[in-house]
Design a protein around this ligand. Sequence first.
Ligand SMILES: Nc1c(O)cccc1[N+](=O)[O-]
Length: 242
Amino acid sequence: MRIDVVTIFPGYLAPLREALLGRAIGSGLLDVAVHDLRDWTHDVHQAVDDSPYGGGPGMVMRPQVWGDALDAVLAADERPARLVVPTPAGRPFTQADAHAYAAEERLVFACGRYEGIDQRVVDHYADALPVDEISIGDYVLVGGEVAVLVVVEAVARLLPGVLGNPRSAAEDSFSDGLLEGPSYTRPEVWRDRPVPDVLRSGNHGAIARWRRDRALERTVARRPDLLAALPPDALDKKDRAL
Ligand SMILES: Nc1c(O)cccc1[N+](=O)[O-]
């Protein structure tokens, strides 16, 4: 998979070359190219924004600069790409999206700043390739770079060979539509708090049931919306008896 990121703060994307993602890049599982949007400006001030039509606070990123940048970046590789634009106005990015993106040959991320990117940029490229405006959460960031780090990590860890143990991706939170339950490791007792006996019983059936019950309890308490989104056959009789 190739990932391109266009931003006015390339340094923000440095963490992409650390740890697990850095190893994925080093092993050739992932190509990452970060591009400075200002490379496509032509004025002395390297202006990337302008005041909004219709008035209002803040500045809007100029379509000309983004058009020149995305034309050049998209032309740099013949693989089909999906353009991803993180924005607070986007649809929520989910684990299902991470799986879908992990199947893409190429992702191109456009990092907006200020009040965002002139809408005509998204509208223009949507005529030529898949374009997703996604949000990582209902809060206000200063730009899309942090969201790109989140999305790239969620996607890259699903690429075959990136995670040491592929079961990790299959069994982590959201993989079955529920939140993950609590986890424990040594020591057996820590500050008078013991590990639940069932986890030390060696009874794999009882352990699986206990974990499922704790995941259901946590999901009911913290994310009832996930339960509501489950397919009708997702919960068995024991789940419903909880
Ligand atoms: N929330 C937010 C933002 O405020 C700016 C850019 C991207 C996002 N987001 O993806 O959630």
